[in-house]
Design a protein around this ligand. Structure first.
Ligand code: TEU
Length: 561
């Protein structure tokens, strides 16, 4: 396999100066964006929880890996009922992660290294500890603060029934009853996620004004963009009508729901785009929007809305040549009319890592079985090369460059994902992809924290010593070096990165072959070696023993002609 030195020649990005005056470069059209999950990336103070100084210390690693931008999952002040996606103060850093000064230093240093920073924005709901919600509770029915959330009287003779039949994504009803200031049972409030995450009412002017101000706060801090959490959820159908169906989680992604993907959300994003465009340096917004179809996802990235949307249809596709080709074609076709880049993603903090998904038979994105690890890793490496060869922007979730599997055998006692508990342990295995990263050494926490034998908020498996950054660095057969090579080639190859089409080539059953200019990508999704007239010069292969004229089982390769 060809190895390449990392490209360290990229320009410094000064805050608020990330774009030369005039021509927009559209850096985001082909950016590789690396997701850092702050709790689990690097722990500088040794308390077992990752933090901003830890991330800062590892920025050179990300620069050398060859990514363009870093997306940070929430690090805001939060009681951590949903690992930080329950925000109590949108303008403060939780002490567990550091301070605003740490955030400032992180943004500046990233820019000095040529890395952009995207932060998570959680506008669908706040924490129940947010000042507005607490005041709304204290002041009781009739408080103007209640208008900023969805408070409703209950149904039934004594208001003992929830106001409608909506179910929480995390299981159970989407409503929780409050107690009045005098202790009597009171109104109910809506929470599409955990009860500690009350949904904002986006018909309230105060809510819309507040979020525009929060955007400006972080843009003034120098961030390059926002990943917008639950972007499909902000607007609810007028009157909050019943859905008339149970088991609503299983309808998600198939139908437009009264609480998801309502057309009204787009007005919000148009207003945000104007704010982003006021700032220099092409600040972007990325929609986390679960919609029924890629065509509906495209609505979020019309020219006057957000810049990118996650391609969850791609993430949800199994290791199957026919299905992969279909989703690649439909994804590219859906984005073409709106002119937005297609994005590609295989893993994130909400789903079972792809090395484990592909180790198992098709079974969705929440798995609790390890499957055939060797097979999963082979497929994961191939899947990553395929993803990085496709036109557009790609997302890499921390640890996938190490080929990490999900930790499927976490004891129930150590789990923290609220969806696991709300679903009575039948679902919500998201802790398995959130286990802290192994950096070095032979003993846990493998350099995640400073002290050998020190704590980590989720336990790491013993076999992760062999998967650490240090263990893989310099080993040409390692997944880390595969990513480094692929990202370096991608950065330098004129036919890789941005684009809106691939040209499919004839290939045997189970093989994907496409051309982009003088670049070729071949993927063998079968478990057999396939004889194939491999073109030109091999640039990189996911198979450690690549041979001309043959495609190894479950492998992908890049060629230059
Ligand atoms: O996720 C939104 C969302 O829809 C997820 O619940 C997703 O459907 C599920 O995790 C897939 O298994 C975002 C965040 O990414 C997630 O971590 C939060 O828990 C959620 O919002 C609530 O803020």
């Amino acid at each position: 396999m060809t190895q390449h030195a990392a490209d360290t020649s990229r320009p410094v990005l000064a805050a608020a100066d990330t774009q030369a005056a005039g021509e927009p470069r559209g850096w985001w059209r082909d950016a590789v964006i690396y997701q850092v999950y702050p709790r689990s990336f690097a722990d500088a103070n040794g308390d077992g929880m990752g933090d901003l100084p830890g991330i800062r210390s590892r920025l050179p690693y990300l620069r050398d890996l060859g990514v363009d931008a870093v997306w940070l999952s929430p690090f805001y002040a939060s009681p951590q009922a949903d690992a930080g996606y329950d925000v109590a103060d949108y303008r403060a850093v939780d002490p567990m992660f550091g301070t605003l000064l740490d955030a400032d230093a992180l943004i500046r240093e990233a820019h000095e290294l040529g890395l952009r920073i995207i932060v998570d924005l959680v506008p669908n709901h706040s924490s129940d500890q947010h000042e507005w919600f607490q005041r709304a509770l204290r002041e009781g029915p009739g408080s103007p603060l209640r208008d900023r959330y969805h408070f409703r009287p209950g149904l039934g003779a004594d208001g003992e029934l929830p106001p409608n039949d909506w179910e929480s994504i995390f299981g159970g009803p989407a409503w929780t009853r409050t107690a009045n200031p005098d202790g009597t049972p009171g109104e109910w409030y809506l929470h599409l996620f955990a009860p500690e995450q009350p949904d904002f009412n986006w018909d309230s002017r105060a809510v819309a004004d507040e979020f525009r101000s929060i955007l400006r706060f972080w843009l003034d801090m120098g961030v390059d963009g926002f990943r917008v959490d639950v972007a499909h959820g902000l607007v609810k159908a007028p009157g909050l009508p019943d859905l008339g169906a149970h088991n609503q989680l299983h309808l998600l992604g198939n139908d437009v729901m009264p609480f998801f993907d309502q057309d009204g959300v787009h007005e919000i994003y148009r207003a945000w785009r104007q704010i982003l465009d006021e700032y220099p340096g092409e600040r972007i917004a990325v929609a986390e929007a679960w919609t029924p179809t890629v065509e509906r996802t495209a609505n979020y990235v019309r020219p006057d809305e957000m810049h990118q949307a996650f391609n969850f249809q791609y993430l949800s596709t199994y290791w199957d040549a026919v299905e992969l080709r279909a989703v690649i074609d439909s994804s590219l076709a859906a984005m073409r009319p709106v002119g937005a880049p297609t994005t590609w993603v295989l893993s994130n903090h909400d789903v079972t890592r792809h090395a484990t998904r592909f180790a198992n038979p098709p079974g969705g994105t929440q798995l609790r079985t390890a499957g055939d690890r060797e097979l999963g890793l082979r497929r994961a490496r191939a899947a990553s090369l395929l993803m990085l060869a496709l036109p557009g922007s790609a997302y890499v979730y921390q640890g996938e460059e190490l080929g990490l599997p999900d930790v499927t055998d976490l004891a129930d006692e150590v789990r923290q994902d609220p969806s696991f508990f709300r679903a009575s342990g039948q679902d919500g295995y998201r802790d398995g992809c959130r286990v802290p990263i192994p950096w070095s050494g032979t003993e846990a926490p493998y350099g995640f924290g400073p002290a050998q034998g020190g704590p980590s908020w989720l336990p790491q498996p013993a076999e992760w010593a062999g998967l650490s950054v240090a263990a893989q660095t310099g080993d040409p057969t390692s997944t880390l070096e595969l990513y480094r090579s692929a990202l370096t080639i991608r950065r330098g190859h004129p036919d890789l990165g941005a684009g809106s089409a691939v040209e499919w080539l004839d290939a045997p059953e189970g093989v994907l072959a496409f051309r982009r200019g003088a670049f070729r990508c071949l993927v063998n999704t079968t478990g057999e070696t396939v004889e194939f007239d491999t073109p030109g010069r091999l640039l990189v292969s996911s198979a450690v023993d690549a041979v001309p004229g043959r495609l190894a089982p479950d492998s992908a390769g890049w060629w230059a002609v």
